[in-house]
Design a protein around this ligand. Structure first.
Ligand SMILES: Nc1ncnc2c1ncn2[C@@H]1O[C@H](COP(=O)(O)OP(=O)(O)O)[C@@H](O)[C@H]1O
Ligand SMILES: Nc1ccn([C@H]2C[C@H](O)[C@@H](COP(=O)(O)OP(=O)(O)O)O2)c(=O)n1
Length: 209
């Protein structure tokens, strides 16, 4: 079984996916971490992020490995764990350029589709482009201010700066971020994290066996 959780930036996708995955006893998969890792490696190598051919050649030369655990995903390049460097404002600023490249999207999608079921997948297009056959689909939203206030607890910048960056990233990510027609949309603005996880679990099809 595949459950998809898509949504706008900082809407709670990874925290909710992790909670749902732990409740179900399955892994969750953060597609955004692969886009972030591709961006970080491109920035570190001094590549122009809009040059798909250069970036893909670089990614093929140093294969990324997504470790999809229910407690939290990690991304490795050989023995180096990139995870702690993936949520910087520098990566935030570059990642939408990388995520707009069709070649990079195909590279990420190929890695995701190779994963063994069951799992909970979170991102922007999990329920539309990547796993249209998913058993249950959810789409998380919240106002830019609420999302910025939450993210301000994890970033050194202030709320207005984070809010402006989130709104800009939503705009750049619009193409791949439409909810699936069969997704349940959850506005997380007035819910706790546990409340959102409970709403997702309540919306799952009854399990057999
Ligand atoms: N419903 C909620 N209520 C309060 N805080 C939340 C809620 N959902 C997520 N958070 C917090 O908001 C922040 C961003 O959530 P995260 O899961 O990283 O979002 P995303 O994966 O969509 O970027 C985290 O600090 C998380 O704990
Ligand atoms: N399936 C996905 C996942 C992420 N992306 C892009 C869009 C986002 O700006 C970046 C980073 O995604 P991520 O989910 O880590 O970002 P947020 O935590 O929501 O801020 O990658 C995408 O285009 N498609």
């Amino acid at each position: 079984m595949i459950v998809t959780i898509d949504g706008v930036a900082a809407s709670g996708k990874s925290s909710v996916a992790s909670g749902v995955a732990r409740a179900l006893g399955v892994p969750y998969v953060s597609s955004g971490l692969l886009y972030r890792a591709a961006t970080l490696l491109g920035l570190e190598a001094g590549l122009r992020l809009e040059n798909a051919a250069e970036l893909l050649a670089h990614l093929r030369a140093q294969p990324l490995r997504l470790e999809a655990l229910a407690e939290g995903n990690r991304v490795w390049v050989e023995e180096r764990d990139l995870t702690a460097d993936l949520h910087s404002s520098r990566v935030d600023r570059g990642v939408s350029v990388v995520a707009a490249l069709p070649e990079v999207r195909a590279w990420v999608d190929g890695q995701l589709r190779a994963l063994p079921e069951p799992f909970v997948a979170e991102g922007r297009d999990m329920g539309t482009a990547v796993f249209p056959q998913a058993a249950a689909k959810f789409y998380l939203t919240a106002s830019p201010r609420v999302r910025a206030e939450r993210r301000a607890r994890e970033r050194p910048e202030d709320v207005p700066a984070i809010e402006a960056a989130l709104v800009e990233r939503d705009r750049l990510d619009t193409v791949q971020s439409a909810p699936a027609p069969d997704a349940r949309v959850i506005d997380t603005g007035n819910l706790t994290l546990e409340g959102v996880i409970g709403a997702v679990l309540a919306g799952l099809p009854a399990r057999q066996g």
